[in-house]
Design a binder for this molecule. Structure first.
Ligand SMILES: *Cc1c(COP(=O)(O)O)cnc(C)c1O
Length: 360
């Protein structure tokens, strides 16, 4: 029996994508070899690589004026690559701080150039909401403005994105990319580590306006320039071939499940189910996040005491539910309900919540 996997990342993957990998592990497309044993310059791998990129373009409706790159180093490497490429001398970049990941991105920007905090919702080291557009002080001359679309640790999510005018909007979408359709043209650059909503760790997706690729700095190492990867179809050096293969399988599964419109419906239903269960017993379960900032991907809540939380987690584990412990920096419970988390798993969690609270 599969575990009910609520891991924050690496996280659950669609079963069909894994089954396909299992079937093909020793022999992909009747070549008598695993995909991992193929050259990244060969026809078999290249076709899979191009399918993965084409599926990203198709599912997200990426305009032709954007490059789709498959890189390595995780979202954390993008914290550095974004300012390395886009923060020109004499310019400053804006960062909206909504959690630990945006703070890390800001810190890397600071190493490389001038950065400003355009808004922050931090109170006592906690972030329980997304700032309102009126709270942001955006610099109309900034090299770019950076946001984290979904805050994996604190369970908050932008419901709409700030209008940055001519300033390119850069978004870390690691934990909610492809949760629903978006208008890519509103962004200058989108990046996401694959291990939450797209595939295994080791692959990082970057979608970048070709004008930004071209304008990127050239006085940095070649390997860190977006243009290097754009000019070489993300085959400048050896890509993480098995990761890209699995990404292709996952995106194919998403397409079969109705694409991003299908994902949005599925994700909204799950989130509604879970938040209703929390709100139905406000004296027992409490979500610390403002209602208008709640995430559809990471649902955080607390119980009246830490002892009860420990008991709750023990009972969850007996029911084969994993990954429900809140991040070590905030505690409580966190259910990560990404695309590959089924409605049945969420129902299982809701049933546990109902039964656990009875008589207490
Ligand atoms: C997980 C996560 C990261 C870190 O990703 P790595 O691939 O481990 O570098 C960055 N940003 C967000 C929003 C995340 O959820």
């Amino acid at each position: 029996m599969r575990a009910m996997n609520f891991n924050a990342g690496p996280a659950a993957l669609p079963l069909s994508a894994l089954e396909r990998a299992a079937r093909e592990l020793l022999d992909v497309e009747s070549t008598g070899m695993s995909i991992m044993e193929h050259s990244h310059r060969g026809k078999t791998y290249e076709a899979i690589h191009n399918q993965a990129i084409a599926l990203v373009r198709e599912l997200l409706g990426v305009p032709d004026s954007y490059d789709v790159l498959l890189l390595q180093g995780g979202a954390s490497q993008q914290f550095a690559m974004v300012p390395m490429n886009l923060l020109e001398a004499g310019k400053s970049a804006d960062y909206v701080l909504t959690g630990a990941w945006s703070q890390k991105a800001y810190k890397e920007g600071k190493v490389l150039g001038k950065v400003r905090v355009a808004g922050s919702t931090e109170v006592d080291k906690k972030f329980t909401r997304i700032p309102k557009p009126s709270e942001l002080e955006l610099d109309a001359d900034a090299a770019y403005a950076h946001v984290t679309s979904n805050n994996t640790i604190f369970g908050t999510q932008f419901q709409s994105f700030p209008d940055t005018g001519k300033v390119p909007l850069v978004a870390d979408m690691s934990s909610d990319i492809m949760w629903k359709p978006i208008d890519v043209a509103k962004f200058g650059l989108i990046y996401a580590g694959a291990q939450k909503n797209l595939g295994p760790s080791g692959v990082t997706l970057v979608i970048i306006d070709k004008a930004l690729t071209a304008a990127g700095r050239k006085d940095i190492p070649v390997i860190f320039q977006y243009r290097t990867h754009a000019e070489n179809n993300s085959l400048y050096n050896t890509p993480p071939t098995f990761g890209v293969y699995l990404l292709r399988n996952v995106l194919d599964a998403v397409k079969q499940a109705g694409g991003l419109a299908g994902m949005e419906k599925h994700n909204r239903e799950k989130a509604a189910l879970l938040y209703s269960a929390i709100d139905a017993r406000p004296d027992f379960y409490r979500c610390p996040v403002d209602k208008d900032s709640r995430s559809t991907m990471n649902v955080v809540f607390t119980l009246p005491t830490e002892a009860l939380e420990a008991e709750f987690l023990a009972e969850a584990s007996r029911r084969k539910m994993v990954g429900l412990k809140g991040h070590r920096s905030v505690g409580g419970i966190r259910a990560s309900i990404y695309n590959a988390c089924s409605k049945e798993w969420v129902q299982g969690l809701v049933d546990l919540m109902t039964e656990f609270q009875k008589g207490r």
